[in-house]
Design a protein around this ligand. Structure first.
Ligand code: ACO
Length: 322
């Protein structure tokens, strides 16, 4: 049996940092409120002329270096993002061209904060089917460009970033199970109401902002993530006691703590980065995995559960050996 395996990771955060104290100067909020309700201390924000693909190129270079592969080795590019540079060409083709990756399938997929988990799952299927040998998978988001900096309900939560993985076939696991899902009935709880075929004229107006019923999102997120974490474990015949690490979507420290509790995992076994960059949507899981690997906490052979939940709602989890 062929498995797919992550053999390199990279991440990129924009240089510009906005702390909670910076936000205190522009909206009616406090560092104390943001830290206690969300765990966020600072976020990174792209410059006006910086794009999602700019961040992806940097995180992809770092992942390729880490894996010891060159652009010529890559034969598929998948990017999870809801904040692409332009409508088309898709972000993956821009990355492909800028890195000099030879002609190959290159596409983006849109699953909000679950974008990386969805993209990684697709890569896993192509590799298992024998149709890809080296996939560049990225989760990236310029989500601050969607924010209304006057809305304290949302602007304190999010930040920009990109995280990439190189995924290759392997005789040894690797990815053990993937579990994806979505339920469109919850769209009103978390959405961005301006797009191409709907409300395009509202782009750039006050209507163009993330709309979220935070406490409702919170409840569904915790319930759903608990269920799919268990489903991913059951599918692979693994118990939660065997897990070495939880690498969760970094939306809110309280959601992360609730998940750890459901899995009976002490917080020492959870990679937490939300304090450093807020909710970076599709970028959050790969960036957290990269942090844990590079600082030596996550070691080869260890059992990792990654999970994410986002607008749609969409959700997903991947269980793998590093
Ligand atoms: N500063 C100060 N006060 C604020 C702020 C702020 N930035 N934002 C809201 N408040 C106020 C509210 O107005 C409200 O005031 P009121 O009681 O006078 O009406 C009060 O704080 C409490 O508001 P709640 O919404 O009940 O606060 P809650 O404890 O639920 O925390 C939060 C809000 C942080 C948004 C939380 O609900 C949450 O994290 N939900 C999940 C959101 C999430 O994870 N979204 C993303 C997941 S999907 C994705 O990643 C795209």
């Amino acid at each position: 049996m062929t498995y797919s395996r992550i053999v390199g990771m990279g991440r990129y955060l924009p240089e510009r940092v906005m702390t909670n104290f910076d936000l205190e100067k522009i909206v009616d909020t406090t560092d104390e409120w943001i830290r206690t309700r969300t765990g966020v201390e600072r976020r990174h924000v792209v410059e006006e002329d910086q794009t999602t693909s700019d961040m992806c190129v940097e995180s992809a270079k770092s992942a390729m270096d880490d894996a010891g592969v060159t652009p010529a080795d890559v034969d598929m590019v998948i990017t999870g993002t809801t904040s692409p540079d332009v409508v088309f060409p898709n972000v993956s083709t821009i990355i492909q061209h800028r890195l000099g990756i030879p002609a190959c399938p290159a596409f983006s997929l849109e699953a909000a904060c679950s974008g990386f988990i969805y993209a990684l799952t697709v890569a896993d299927k192509f590799i298992k089917a024998g149709e890809a040998k080296c996939v560049l998978v990225t989760g990236a988001e310029c989500i601050t460009k969607l924010l209304d900096w006057g809305d304290r309900n949302t602007c304190v939560l999010f930040g920009d970033g990109a995280g990439s993985a190189i995924v290759v076939p392997s005789a040894e696991p690797g990815i053990l199970s993937c579990e994806l899902g979505a339920d469109g009935q919850y769209r009103e709880l978390l959405h961005y109401p301006v797009g191409v075929s709907k409300n395009l004229a509202a782009a750039g107006t006050d209507e163009a902002n993330i709309i979220m019923q935070g406490n409702e999102v919170f409840k569904v997120a915790v319930k759903t993530l608990g269920r799919i974490a268990q489903a991913a474990l059951d599918k692979a015949g693994v118990t939660k006691e065997e897990l070495d690490w939880l690498v969760p979507h970094q939306a809110n420290i309280r959601i992360i703590q609730a998940m750890a509790k459901r899995l009976n995992m002490p917080m020492e076994k959870v990679i937490v980065t939300v304090q450093d960059h807020g909710n970076t949507s599709a970028a959050s899981v790969p960036m957290a995995l990269d942090v844990g690997r590079r600082d030596g906490r996550i070691k080869e052979g260890q059992l990792i559960l990654m999970e994410a939940f986002g607008g749609g709602f969409t959700w997903g989890s991947v269980l793998m050996r590093m």
